[in-house]
Design a binder for this molecule. Structure first.
Ligand code: PRX
Length: 645
C-alpha cells in the first residue's frame, strides 16, 4: 500500500466549496441530524410542493428506502427549465464526435429545452404514458441525452442499454421491463468502427415481441430496414410536433430510470432509481466532489449506457447548470493524444475518467500527453475500479502536471452517486485510496462472520444508513434486492466489495468479494459468461474467474470442459469467444480459455472457484485446502496447463 499523502493544495482549498473544517462540520451534521441536513440540501432543487417527511428507510426486512416523501418535482424541469432565465444561452452540452475533423455541436440550455420538449411530444404521440418503460440504445450523440430527459419530462422510466451489448442481452432487458418503446439510431461510431445499432434492435425485437414502436435517429446514414407501422424516423416525426411540453409533476419516489447490472448469480438485475433523492444526491456530489463552479467546462468520459453517464454526464451536471462534454470516441483514436487534445480544444477544467483508459494511455508514452497544453485542467477524477498507484502518479504528475488534485471516486450503479472520495479542497489524497466518506455515508468494515472491525483493518464494506441516491429496489424483484444487499449482514447495505481502512481512517477498496469481475471498469457476473459458454453445443461445463490484467484491471479467464467427442483446438476457442460475444456482447469477451477435462468439485458437486481463481492468478502455491475435493488430482492437471504462466 502506498503511504504517500498528497495534502490539499492551498490554492485549491482557497476557492473550494468545502475545506477541511467545513467537511468535518458538515459530515458530523449529516450523521447526527440527517433529516435536517438532507432537507437543507434538497433546497438546491425546485419543488412543485415540498416533502412532508425527509427520510423513511429501513435496512432490515421488509427493506424500504424512501426519501422526500410526498414531495413533487420534475427532473427535466430541474435540469433545463430552471436554468433558462439566467443561463438560457449557456452551453449545456458540447458534443465532440469520434472523428476529430467532424463538426462539434454545442447545445445551449434554450436549445436543449426545445429539443427535449419536441422529443417528449414525439414520445407522447407514440403512445408513451407516465410510468411506461422506454428502452434507449444509442450512440454517444446528444440525442441520447435528449431521450433520457424527454422520458423524465413526461414521467416515463428509461432503461438505457450500452451500445456494446448484443441482441440477446438487449432482448432480455427489453423483456424484463416489458418495454413497448425503443429509441435508437441507425448506427454509431467508436474509433472509426461502425456499430449497427438498429440491426441489433431488430434482432432483439424478434426475441421479445412486446415492442410496439421504435424511434430511429438518422445519424450514420447506414442502410436500415424500417418496419412499417412500428419504426419511425426521428427527423420526420420532429417536424410534426411543438417545441413546448409541460413537465409532468412527479412524486419524489416515482421511478426515474432502471439500469441493468450484473450480479453474482442469475440474469442482470434492473436497478431502480427514483426522482427526488437521486437528483438531490447527484447534484450535490457533482458540485462538491468535483468542486464544480459556474464557469467550469466539465468532461466525464463515460458512456451514457452506464450509471456514470447517467449521474455525471447528464443529471448531476445539468442539475447544476453546467457545461457537460459528451465524447463519442475512444481515448486512442486517431492517436493516444485525443483526450488531451479535446481538453485543449474545449478548455476542459474538470476531467473524469477511468483507470483502464489511463493505463492504456500511459503505456503509449508521455510524449502523447506532453505535446498538449492541459493548462485549463483544475480537477481530475477516476472511477470504476481501484486505481493502481503507478497510474495515479502518472495521472497526477504527467496529465495534471502536478497541479490538479485527483478524486478517486468509489461508488456503484446501486448507490446512484459517489459515496467515498476525496473532496479537492478538504481531503488529502493517497494514491490508490478512495479516502473518506461523503456526507451522510457511514462505511463500516465487517469480518466474514459479521463482526465489526474497529480502527485500522480489513473487511467487507457495508454501509450503516441510507443516502438519498440509493437504489430503491430490483425492478419486479424486491426479494432479490433484499437477499442481495441486506441478508448477509442484517441491518447493513452490503456493497460486495472488500476494503481496508488505514490508521488515518482512509478507505482502500480491494475489489469484489463475490463472483463479479470488473473488466475495464465494467461489471460482469461470471455466471452470465458461463451460461453464454454452455450455450455452445460443444461445451459440457464452464467456470469463469477473474485474473489480474495490466490494462483492463481484471481479465476474463474461462475453464471449459468440452462434451465427449469434441476435440479442443484454437478453432473451437475462437468459436467460443464468438459465442460469448453473440450472447452477451464484446465487453464479455474471454481473454483466456483453458481446456479443463475435469473441473475441481466438492463431493457434493460444487465447483471450487477459490481454487480456479488461484490458478488463474498464477498462484498455484496458494491453493489452500484441497482435501474436500472429490478428485484432488484435477488441480495439478489444471495448474500444469494454465494459460498465463
Ligand atoms: O468494485 C467496485 C468498483 O466498481 C463496482 C461498481 O461497479 P458499477 O456498478 O459498474 O459502477 C461503476 C461506476 C460507479 C464497485 O463495487 N469500483 C467503482 N469505483 C471504484 C471501484 N473500486 C475501487 N475504486 C473505485 N474508485
Amino acid at each position: 500500500m502506498h503511504k504517500d499523502l498528497y495534502p490539499v493544495k492551498p490554492e485549491i482549498a482557497k476557492n473550494a466549496w468545502i475545506d477541511e473544517s467545513k467537511y468535518k462540520e458538515m459530515y458530523e451534521q449529516s450523521i447526527k441530524n440527517p433529516e435536517e441536513f438532507w432537507a437543507k440540501q434538497a433546497e438546491r432543487l425546485e419543488w412543485y410542493s415540498k416533502w412532508n417527511k425527509v427520510k423513511e428507510t429501513q435496512f432490515t426486512k421488509p427493506v424500504s428506502i424512501k426519501w422526500y416523501l410526498g414531495g413533487k418535482l420534475n427532473v427535466s424541469y430541474n435540469c433545463i427549465d430552471r436554468h433558462l432565465k439566467e443561463r438560457g444561452d449557456k452551453v449545456a452540452f458540447i458534443w465532440e464526435p469520434d472523428n476529430p475533423e467532424a463538426a462539434v455541436r454545442k447545445i445551449t440550455y434554450k436549445e436543449l429545452h426545445k429539443e427535449v420538449c419536441k422529443l417528449a411530444n414525439i414520445l407522447k404521440d407514440m403512445g408513451v404514458k407516465k410510468g411506461d418503460f422506454v428502452t434507449i440504445y444509442m450512440p454517444m450523440i446528444p440525442e441520447a441525452t435528449f431521450a433520457m430527459l424527454a422520458c423524465a419530462r413526461i414521467g416515463a422510466v428509461h432503461s438505457v442499454i450500452f451500445g456494446g451489448f448484443a441482441p440477446d442481452s438487449i432482448a432480455d432487458r427489453i423483456a424484463d421491463c416489458e418495454s413497448k418503446f425503443v429509441i435508437t439510431a441507425d448506427a454509431g461510431y467508436r474509433g472509426s468502427k461502425v456499430i449497427q445499432l438498429k440491426e441489433n434492435i431488430d434482432k432483439a425485437i424478434v426475441k421479445s415481441d412486446n415492442v410496439k414502436k421504435v424511434l430511429v435517429v438518422k445519424y450514420a446514414n447506414t442502410k436500415v430496414e424500417m418496419k412499417a407501422g412500428r419504426d419511425l424516423w426521428y427527423h420526420e416525426e420532429v417536424q410534426k410536433v411543438s417545441d413546448q411540453c409541460e413537465p409532468e409533476k412527479m412524486d419524489a419516489e416515482d421511478p426515474l430510470f432502471i439500469l441493468y447490472t450484473s450480479g453474482s448469480t442469475g440474469k442482470p438485475k434492473g436497478v431502480m432509481h427514483t426522482t427526488g433523492g437521486y437528483l438531490v444526491f447527484v447534484s450535490m456530489t457533482h458540485q462538491y466532489v468535483f468542486d464544480y463552479h459556474d464557469n467550469d467546462i466539465y468532461w466525464c468520459t463515460a458512456d451514457v449506457g452506464w450509471v456514470t453517464g447517467h449521474s455525471y454526464i447528464v443529471y448531476g451536471p445539468l442539475a447544476n447548470g453546467a457545461t457537460s462534454l459528451i465524447f463519442e470516441g475512444v481515448p486512442t483514436y486517431p492517436t493516444p493524444s485525443r483526450f488531451w487534445e479535446v481538453i485543449d480544444k474545449h478548455q476542459v477544467s474538470i476531467f473524469y475518467s477511468s483507470p483502464t483508459a489511463l493505463r492504456s494511455l500511459m503505456r503509449e508514452g508521455d510524449q502523447f500527453v506532453k505535446n498538449t497544453s492541459r493548462k485549463s485542467l483544475r480537477v481530475l477524477g477516476s472511477v470504476g475500479e481501484p486505481i493502481n498507484p503507478e497510474a495515479w502518479a502518472w495521472y497526477h504528475d504527467v496529465v495534471g502536471d502536478g497541479r490538479c488534485p485527483i478524486v478517486d471516486t468509489w461508488w456503484q450503479t446501486e448507490t446512484g452517486g459517489i459515496l467515498i472520495s476525496p473532496l479537492p479542497g478538504a481531503i488529502g489524497q493517497k494514491p490508490g485510496s478512495a479516502t473518506k466518506p461523503f456526507f451522510g455515508v457511514q462505511p463500516k468494515l465487517l469480518t466474514l462472520e459479521g463482526k465489526e472491525v474497529q480502527g485500522a483493518g480489513d473487511g467487507v464494506l457495508v454501509l450503516a444508513d441510507s443516502w438519498p441516491g440509493q437504489m430503491r429496489t430490483v425492478y419486479r424483484n424486491h426479494s432479490r434486492f433484499e437477499d442481495t444487499y441486506f441478508s448477509n449482514y442484517p441491518g447493513y447495505y452490503f456493497t460486495g466489495d472488500g476494503c481496508r481502512r488505514d490508521e488515518d481512517g482512509y478507505y482502500w477498496i480491494t475489489g469484489r468479494v463475490d463472483d463479479v469481475i470488473n473488466v475495464s471498469g465494467h461489471r460482469i457476473g461470471t455466471a452470465e459468461i458461463e451460461s453464454a459458454l454452455v450455450a455452445n453445443h460443444k461445451v459440457a461445463e464452464a467456470a469463469v474467474v477473474g485474473y489480474p490484467h495490466d490494462i483492463k484491471g481484471q481479465g476474463i479467464y474461462a475453464f471449459v470442459t468440452l462434451k465427449a467427442g469434441e476435440l479442443p483446438s484454437d478453432e473451437v476457442r475462437k468459436e467460443l469467444v464468438q459465442t460469448v460475444r453473440k450472447e452477451i456482447g464484446p465487453i464479455a469477451t474471454p481473454d483466456l480459455i483453458q481446456w479443463a477435462p475435469r473441473l475441481p468439485k466438492t463431493r457434493s458437486g460444487k465447483i471450487m472457484r477459490r481454487i480456479l481463481r488461484k490458478i488463474a492468478e498464477n498462484q498455484p502455491d496458494q491453493l489452500g485446502d484441497t482435501t474436500t475435493l472429490s478428485e484432488p488430482g484435477v488441480v495439478q492437471e489444471l495448474v500444469d496447463n494454465r494459460m498465463n504462466k
